[in-house]
Design a protein around this ligand. Structure first.
Ligand code: URA
Length: 240
């Protein structure tokens, strides 16, 4: 049974950020099984936690890994009716993607209903590593690799240092690169590669926060194991 501090339970349920949730506890507005909670109190999913007398939603918390297919949008619903990353996912809880991949990018996307985890992972401060494999046009020189590593000036500011290595310089269609970034700016990998004169032809996210796709097939999803979840929470700076 999952044990966690009461403010984390509140944040996980999307009631407030962990800091704001801690304040609610300190203000005496939170009860556990009808008794006013203390800061740092540990609860399990059998406890009834309430804020101002209203129990928080007792939804089970789930986090999945999806191997996103091409042509699928990373939003919960699409006004243009295109397929979304939630199609085919379990619908017993209200899930949403942690960040997004472009419609033309495939690969690893986390999907959750854990508000706290999503918030922490998407926060710029968290610096969670994201690894991509990119097929880019042309033959990429060592000088361009160095530029990508050191940081590129984009129209929304310079990029942070990245890990970049050449997988195959003589590939059909260009050069395959492995790129690891710790930021999550819009279309960042595409814009970085374009800036050094090598537009992206194919882009796959292979790892996120130390998790890899393994044998998960394109379009398939699976629930994260508790070991994987713990690793991810540690990456996000979450302590239970
Ligand atoms: N960088 C991109 O350019 N696109 C993505 O989908 C993810 C990262």
């Amino acid at each position: 049974m999952a044990e966690m501090r009461v403010h984390r339970a509140l944040a996980q349920a999307g009631v407030a950020s962990r800091r704001a949730a801690e304040k609610l506890v300190a203000e005496g507005r939170v009860t556990v099984n009808g008794t006013v909670a203390t800061v740092g109190q540990v609860v399990t999913d059998r406890d009834v936690v309430a804020v101002d007398g209203r129990p928080i939603a007792a939804e089970p918390v789930r986090t999945y890994m999806l191997n996103k297919a091409l042509g699928v949008v990373s939003t919960a619903s699409d006004p243009q009716g295109r397929p979304t990353v939630l199609d085919g996912m379990p619908d017993d809880v209200r899930l949403y993607p942690i960040g997004r991949l472009d419609i033309n990018t495939s690969g690893l996307l986390l999907i959750t209903n854990d508000g706290d985890l999503a918030h922490q992972l998407m926060h710029p401060r968290s610096k969670v590593p994201k690894e991509y494999e990119a097929l880019v046009e042309g033959r990429v020189s060592s000088a361009s690799v160095r530029m990508l590593r050191d940081g590129i000036e984009l129209d929304d500011g310079p990029t942070q240092p990245a890990k970049v290595e050449v997988i195959d310089r003589d590939a059909k269609g260009g050069t395959w690169l492995r790129i690891e970034i710790t930021e999550g700016r819009n279309r960042q990998v595409r814009r970085m590669c374009e800036a050094v004169g090598h537009p992206v032809r194919r882009l796959v996210r292979t790892r996120y926060g130390g998790l890899g796709l393994g044998r998960l097939r394109r379009g398939d999803h699976r629930m994260l194991s508790s070991a994987e979840l713990s690793r991810l929470e540690a990456q996000a700076g979450i302590t239970r």
